[in-house]
Design a protein around this ligand. Structure first.
Ligand code: ADP
Ligand code: MG
Length: 253
């Protein structure tokens, strides 16, 4: 089951430097949103706020009906204890540029570890689901391999399977292909494209404009901590309005 995401007046600063400036954003359940923007514009920080890896300095984030990271008492928000944040995070998967697989665990162990520990489901069920996910990302035959035996593209596909094993309602990707050799980018994008049709809510920070054009429902262009332009992916890419967005597209295409 997928969920919508709602940001209202989200503000984030690092030692006086405001890197998210009152961000309002609504992401429909089951949609694919691609976030574009120059380096330092706040894209990673925005994703990290959605699963409360960063505290907010203002505003609120909801995933579905759930207020993320805080509870409301009267007019003030109190940060949730880490345990409850961790519980919320289970439903918000994240795939990073660096795949971060556990090096001393096999591919299959990497995938079943968190669901076994955290979801407390039966081992046979979790393993069966993990094998199905490996099938889905084209790596069922590597279930017993060690991460170091895999290419970067294969490792990232395992990382995606690992995120899916927690049965998230939304899946966040932070430049999932940026660390890969060019010839390995396609296989990861292919898996993400399939996923896009599966109905899960996806938010993808990437510079892969081709992917955005083919797969995204919406595009958000950020610059200097603000959303400068957003809307329907194809029309925005064909007819960018804001000069900064035009410049950016010219620089990555
Ligand atoms: P992007 O992902 O678009 O490249 P980031 O969200 O990583 O941008 O960073 C936005 C701004 O916030 C940058 O100026 C960056 O230096 C700053 N920043 C990000 N994380 C931290 C941090 N933990 N401490 C201090 N500054 C940070
Ligand atoms: Mg980033």
């Amino acid at each position: 089951m997928s969920e919508s995401i709602h940001l209202r007046g989200v503000r984030k600063q690092f030692s006086g430097n405001t890197v998210l400036k009152d961000i309002d954003l609504d992401i429909a359940a089951g949609s694919v949103t691609v976030i574009l923007g120059p380096s330092g514009s706040g894209k990673s920080t925005l994703l990290r706020c959605i699963n409360h890896l960063e505290k907010l300095d203002g505003g609120t984030i909801h995933v579905g009906e759930t207020l993320i990271g805080y509870m409301r008492k009267g007019h003030t928000l109190h940060e949730l204890p880490e345990k409850r944040v961790a519980a919320q995070r289970q439903r918000i998967g994240m795939v990073f540029q660096q795949f971060n697989l556990f090096p001393h665990r096999t591919v299959l162990q990497n995938i079943v570890d968190a669901p076994l520990r955290i979801l407390g489901q039966k081992r046979s069920d979790v393993q069966a689901r993990a094998m199905a996910l490996l099938e889905q990302v084209g790596l069922a035959h590597r279930a017993d391999a060690w991460p170091r035996e895999l290419s970067g593209g294969q490792q990232q596909r395992v990382a995606i399977a690992r995120a899916l094993a927690m049965q998230p309602q939304v899946l966040l990707f932070d430049e999932p292909t940026s660390a890969l050799d060019p010839e390995l980018v396609g296989e990861v994008l292919q898996v993400m494209k399939q996923l896009a049709h599966s109905g899960i809510t996806m938010v993808v920070v990437t510079h892969e404009i081709g992917f955005a054009r083919e797969v995204a429902d919406n595009i958000v262009f950020m610059d200097q901590g603000k959303i400068v332009e957003q809307g329907d992916a194809r029309s925005l890419l064909d007819d960018p309005q804001h000069p900064r967005f035009r410049e950016f597209l010219a620089s990555v295409l």
